[in-house]
Design a protein around this ligand. Structure first.
Ligand code: FES
Ligand code: FES
Length: 173
């Protein structure tokens, strides 16, 4: 066991764990952030995705030691990320979802919901790199981009495309 200091959703946390513990386990079990989900545990489904320095990674195969010194954001941290970008005041920060989360609600994307935090994390990564993606680029981000496609057993893919486009429009306003 060793102590690791992690910056998660803008706050610093010290955890005492084995160095190769998956980041996902630390987020869920030690920090009680249950947005990222355990699906395959093998970097093959995307349900555990989080942002590390703004890029999506699969937290089920990322050792906690590899995340030290980096900015980690889970789905719970998306409102704060958006608030920081727009310099919201305190009240606005508390009351405002990230446009991606709002778009997911407006389009009613989730069915069982299990995969959806990973889907929104990928949308955040995509829209940061490409604020106005084409349908082909959205499909690419959720399917062919490494390490694997994001899997949704409920088949919400069409709604995801619509929600990403809706979020993209909201984020340029
Ligand atoms: S649980 Fe990490 S990619 Fe499936
Ligand atoms: S909404 Fe059920 S697995 Fe995606």
């Amino acid at each position: 066991m060793a102590e690791f200091t992690l910056t998660v959703n803008g706050a610093s946390h010290v955890v005492d764990v084995v160095a190769d513990t998956p980041l996902l386990y630390v987020l869920r079990n030690d920090l009680r952030l249950t947005g990222p989900r355990l699906g395959c545990g093998m970097a093959q489904c995307g349900s555990c995705s989080v942002l590390v320095d703004g890029e999506e990674i699969r937290s089920c195969v990322t050792p906690v030691s590899a995340a030290v010194g980096k900015r980690i954001h889970t789905i719970e941290g998306l409102p704060g990320l958006w608030a920081g970008k727009n310099r919201f005041n305190g009240t606005e920060t508390v009351d405002t979802l990230h446009p991606i989360q709002q778009a997911w609600i407006d389009v009613q994307v989730p069915q069982c919901g299990y995969c959806q935090s990973g889907m929104m994390i990928t949308a955040a990564d995509l829209l940061e790199r490409n604020p106005n993606p084409t349908v082909a680029e959205i499909k690419e981000a959720f399917t062919n981009a490494p390490p694997s496609p994001h899997l949704c057993r409920c088949g919400t893919y069409t709604a995801i495309i619509e929600a990403v486009q809706r979020a993209a429009r909201a984020m340029v306003v």
